[in-house]
Design a protein around this ligand. Structure first.
Ligand SMILES: Nc1nc2c(ncn2[C@@H]2O[C@H](COP(=O)(O)OP(=O)(O)O)[C@@H](O)[C@H]2O)c(=O)[nH]1
Ligand SMILES: [Mg+2]
Length: 303
């Protein structure tokens, strides 16, 4: 299945939820009545774009409608796409002899470990023979180390681990040391006990200090994996992680399981951190670089 079709299937709950009711309100409208505005805002909020973004979108839609004599659904699609300008950013693999260090953060269950596996699979396909290393810096649970080790075996990448309960920074120190010899890409898998726990943020900062000390610069990417089903709560999570380690990007997972796909707009509005990837399922093909145009298309069109 082509990516755009996977995305359309993945966004189907969001589409039938909020876009479905939006299309109903907008059908044939050239101007929005006060009642239309209210119903439209409600539909957008139900799709989790957030109250502030919903009001802004409706205002932009009204302005655009008064300028152009266009199909309002089409205009809204354009307004959404324009609002997301700047959100895209590809992951960069370094082309000097330095390793690319990608640190993956997020709360437990968000999809960190499986996202590492998916990205590594894609990088391997795009750059055959590239050295890769996984670092098991989620030392909190033995099962987490084993899970990452299984992926490392399956994909055929180097694996750096310590005992469970070890200092995550010590694992990272060894892993960066290893990657400085092999080059290629180093993925650092981190723990994710709830972000309100002060300790986790301190642990992530220490990991970053360790990378910086060893490598002479911070991680090339500090990605936050966010579960779309958490909707607006994801935004407060993102603020915490961003305060701690200055995120370079967000990966939004599990969009397939929710009608809250509109949270993409809320996240961008609240944080202005690029959304590097969007995930709509469990296979490597279900994770893809985010495109605002594709997102807007899939939000409104099922075919
Ligand atoms: N449906 C769906 N499941 C996902 C997606 N991304 C990850 N998952 C699943 O979420 C679960 C938790 O993922 P995991 O990587 O272990 O989370 P971690 O605790 O953050 O490392 C696994 O069963 C994944 O297969 C996605 O985009 N869609
Ligand atoms: Mg994990």
């Amino acid at each position: 299945m082509a990516w755009i079709d996977r995305l359309k299937v993945g966004l189907s709950k969001t589409r039938t939820g909020f876009t479905g009711s939006i299309s109903q309100v907008l059908r044939g409208a050239k101007k929005l009545s006060a009642d239309d505005v209210e119903r439209l805002e409600e539909a957008l909020i139900a799709g989790d774009v957030g109250a502030h973004t919903a009001m802004a979108l409706v205002k932009e839609l009204q302005a655009a409608l008064s300028r152009k004599d266009n199909d309002p659904v089409h205009v809204l699609r354009m307004v959404i796409e324009e609002r997301l300008a700047g959100i895209e950013r590809p992951l960069c693999i370094r082309s000097d002899n330095q390793p690319t260090v990608i640190t993956m953060t997020g709360v437990n269950g968000a999809g960190k470990t499986t996202t590492i596996a998916k990205l590594a699979t894609q990088i391997r396909a795009a750059h055959p023979g590239i050295p890769m290393t996984f670092a098991a810096a989620d030392t909190f649970r033995a099962a987490a180390i084993e899970q990452l080790g299984i992926w490392a075996d399956r994909i055929g990448v180097d694996f750096i681990r310590h005992q469970s309960g070890a200092d995550p920074s010590a694992v990272v120190y060894d892993a960066v040391d290893h990657a400085m010899r092999t080059g290629g890409v180093l993925f650092v898998d981190t723990a994710g006990r709830l972000q309100t726990k002060h300790n986790l943020m301190e642990e992530l900062k220490k990991i970053e200090r360790t990378v910086a000390k060893k490598l002479g610069r911070g991680s090339d990417e500090r990605l936050l994996v966010l579960d779309a089903t958490t909707g607006q709560n994801g935004i407060s999570q993102a603020h915490h992680f961003h305060d701690a380690i200055d995120l370079t990007g967000i990966v939004l997972t599990k969009v397939d399981g929710t009608g809250k796909g509109g949270v993409v707009l809320a996240i961008w509005d609240a944080l202005h951190i690029p959304l590097t990837h969007i995930g709509v399922g469990e296979t490597a093909e279900d994770l893809h670089a985010f495109s605002a145009a594709e997102f807007a298309e899939a939000l409104f069109d099922s075919e």
